[in-house]
Design a protein around this ligand. Structure first.
Ligand code: PEP
Length: 263
């Protein structure tokens, strides 16, 4: 269903009216985690100023350590919905448990399946039936074939509004959190008709890598990027070191404006 063999034209997925697909590079940005209304609104305004057309923000946070901030849950979803009202930005937020599908889908414009859940087949089937577009992140240990098969689980439930997101894979390299596999973008676009975007924030794990990796993503033909921004990263409850700050946003806007010149 997601293969390009029977569907040669590349697809465009609409999220709250915003297109993700060929001919454009969609900027999705926002805080890694929703912490407060004020923090989320400030991050959303920063994102919007840089050209973001969709707001990201985690209310359910799958963390490596069980002692780390796990997200605000439904309260976080309510904050996101309020900020959507205030900014007009449709929201993308992660779902970690198949039991929460109805709840998360009642707030979100797009459901995000994270790297740790790429092969959580019950979750994939549940989001496939949720009636919302889905962003499927590549498992950090997954091959491209496994990633596309995970997308197939979603599609099989009748939902073809799927956006693939390359977010870095595990390699022997320790200088970055994960290794951004830029080649996955053209490979997945050749094998599948689905749009493919890149998360330079979670792959690099460090602020100073985000803009260079964004340029790489755009140059290799990604259909969008999803980027962490935070008004006060030093106080962030999640992944502060990778969040872009106000001073970076002019350059981010420039990269997005320049994208046709990079191609
Ligand atoms: C995220 O985008 O908030 C996230 C946790 O990403 P990943 O699943 O890629 O680690």
């Amino acid at each position: 269903l997601v293969s390009r063999e029977n569907h040669p034209e590349r697809s465009t997925v609409h999220v709250g009216g915003v297109p993700i697909g060929p001919d454009t590079v969609t900027l999705i940005a926002g805080p890694c985690a929703v912490e407060t209304h004020q923090q989320t609104l400030e991050a959303a305004r920063m994102a919007q100023a840089a050209g973001a057309v969709l707001l990201r923000g985690g209310a359910f946070k799958p963390r490596t350590s069980p002692y780390a901030f796990q997200g605000l849950g439904e309260k976080g979803l309510r904050i996101l919905a309020d900020v959507r009202e205030e900014t007009g930005l449709p929201i993308v937020t992660e779902i970690v448990d198949a039991q929460d599908v109805e709840l998360v889908a009642s707030y979100a414009d797009m459901l995000q399946v994270g790297t740790r859940n790429m092969q959580n087949f019950a979750l994939l089937q549940a989001v496939g039936a949720a009636g919302r577009p889905v962003m499927l992140k590549r498992g950090m240990n997954a091959t491209i074939e496994e990633w596309l098969m995970a997308a197939e689980y979603i599609a099989q439930r009748g939902n073809l509004d799927i956006v693939l997101c390359e977010r870095g894979i595990r390699t022997f390299e320790t200088a970055t959190r994960n290794t951004l596999d830029v080649s996955a973008v053209p490979v997945a676009q050749r094998l599948s008709h689905l749009p493919v975007i890149v998360d330079p924030s979670h792959s690099g794990g460090r602020r100073e890598l985000v803009l260079p990796l964004t340029r790489a993503a755009v140059a290799v033909g990604a259909d969008g990027v999803i980027i962490d921004v935070h008004p006060h990263p030093e106080q962030a409850l999640c992944d502060g070191p990778q969040a872009l700050v106000g001073a970076d946003l002019g350059e981010l806007a420039q990269v997005m404006n320049d994208f046709p010149a990079l191609l």
